[in-house]
Each structure stands twice: as structure tokens, then as C-alpha cells.
Design a protein. Sequence first.
Length: 115
Amino acid sequence: MAVITATNAQGTGRVTVTETTLGASDSFVYTAASNPVLTLRNPTAGSLTVTIDGGGATTVPVRGVGSVDVSGGYSTGAIAAGAAVTILLSTIERYLPGTIAVTGGTGIVATLVNY
């Protein structure tokens, strides 16, 4: 289990970004005030679907809909071989309370950058 280490990109000039190659189950810490962005790059030969799941996520009240279950985590959908996706984590923060598990991404290269 790897921990995806955040890189602080605040300041000026060049910043070296820490990359983490994912295994069966990985984690990271979400700090909303840091405006974090998670990028997942798939260098493997096949399509992969990553799930990001905070252990404390349950349901979210949505006006006009009612309660929406977010306990299964956020799915990136299929990330094709050679493709990359970027997620502004504030847009999925209701999936992130508690200990965060990142699964389904064996071989994915992840970066977590704070702005």
C-alpha cells in the first residue's frame, strides 16, 4: 500500500513533482485548504478504472433528489492505456471523508499537487 505524497506547488519557479506508482490499494490525505489536484496517468497496456473512496463517506443530501449514496467511492471511469485524467479534489470532496483508499489502479502513475 503506497501513500500518494503531495507536492507543494506554491511559490515561484520550477517544482519537482513526486510521482507514485499505484498498487492494489493506495491512499492519500485530502486537505481542502491546499486546493489539491490529483492526476492519474495510465502507462500500462490496458484500460483501468480507479475508485477513490473515503472510509467516512455515506450519503449526501441533494436538493430535488434526496439522499445520494457516495459510500461506494468516486469512479474515474475507464482510463485508456496512455491516457491521463486530472481531478480537482474539491469537486469530489463528499467522497473523501475519513481514510481514503485508491483501488483498481495497479500500474497507474499518480501525482498529487497542492496549489
